[in-house]
Design a protein around this ligand. Structure first.
Ligand code: RIB
Ligand code: CA
Length: 308
């Protein structure tokens, strides 16, 4: 058993795919999902996590609402990428059970209850994580590991931004939160655009047709929600599923240890994540993914999505 996991997400099509992957992994004991505003507003991201869980019969996993806006900026959403409902406007049924409140407290209290045991996988803006670190200062010391989907580190040909040339959406949306997280002492693994926009890990129309032929509720849901992006962009970037894969099988990735400066200016550099080598002999605080075994990832993704 890999261990206890909290998923902090802004569902979002790729967040939903990441949740499906996590749900298919017996080695992950998912204690709960916390929702954050990002791809769409908090009232939708929370409900969307419930929609996914109930669609695949995992009603018992609780969803908690976290922050409805970034720490110090107005919320800028991405419905043009994820659909107006955040799940590809695919008609996925609304949940029977609504999400609960208290997402930040859930994160902090769960980590305190299981010191050194909880892995947090954050696939949205880092607002909830920064608030948990700030309001409950023992959290960074007690968390086992934080794995984020976020950042563009310019360490591979794919490592440029997707909101500006320098900045990735999750960091751009709440750079102040990201700065708090990157400057904390908690063990941090970063799955950024350097690997997630590598063409070898994208769902192209052929892979989409493969998934659409699979049976089972997970494949059915994946196919329904991915249709929105296949039709508009001709591909699906499964950013957040790669962050879950980094928890399940880290050996699939090549990582470097570096420190990262997050820029919080109000200009084109907003949300840039600048990696730099630690001082002579020091160790970088963040493990940044710079390559991925794409065949292994695709095999894992298709195997897990095709499970009943
Ligand atoms: O830049 C990609 C990230 O932003 C993904 O997590 C996607 O879901 C959006 O949140
Ligand atoms: Ca996301």
């Amino acid at each position: 058993m890999l261990g206890k996991v909290i998923l902090d997400m802004d569902p979002g099509i790729d967040d939903a795919l990441a949740l499906l992957l996590a749900l298919s992994s017996p080695e992950l004991d998912i204690l709960g999902v916390t929702a954050v505003a990002g791809n769409t507003t908090i009232d939708k991201t929370g409900v969307n996590a419930r929609r996914v869980l109930e669609y695949v019969g995992k009603d018992g996993i609780p969803v908690f609402l976290g922050a409805s806006a970034p720490l110090a900026r107005p919320l800028s959403t991405a419905e043009h990428v994820h659909g107006s409902d955040g799940l590809g406007d695919a008609g996925i049924p609304m949940p029977v059970q609504p999400p609960r409140g208290g997402g930040i407290q859930f994160i902090a209290e769960t980590i305190r209850k299981y010191p050194g045991e909880v892995i947090v996988i954050a696939t949205g803006p880092l607002t909830n994580i920064a608030l948990a670190y700030t309001l409950y200062p023992s959290t960074p010391r007690l968390v086992k590991q934080l794995i984020i989907m976020g950042g563009a580190y310019h360490l591979t040909p794919y490592g440029r931004g997707n909101v500006t040339p320098l900045s990735e959406f999750n960091i751009y949306t709440d750079p102040e939160a990201a700065k708090i997280v990157f400057e904390s002492t908690a063990p941090l693994t970063c799955v950024g655009l350097d690997v997630t926009t590598n063409p070898s890990v994208k769902i192209d129309p052929q892979r989409y047709r493969e998934i659409s032929r699979l049976r089972g509720r997970k494949a059915e849901l994946a196919s329904k929600i991915m249709k929105y992006q296949i039709e508009r962009f001709g591909e699906v970037e499964v950013h957040d599923a790669l962050a879950v894969a980094a928890a399940m099988q880290p050996a699939m990735f090549q990582m470097v240890e570096m420190n990262v400066q997050v820029l919080t200016n109000n200009d084109v550099s907003r949300g840039a994540t600048i990696p730099f080598k630690p001082k002579e002999g020091g160790r970088g605080r963040a493990r940044i993914c710079i390559d991925i075994n794409s065949e292994e990832f695709m095999r894992l993704f298709l195997e897990k999505v095709s499970e009943a």
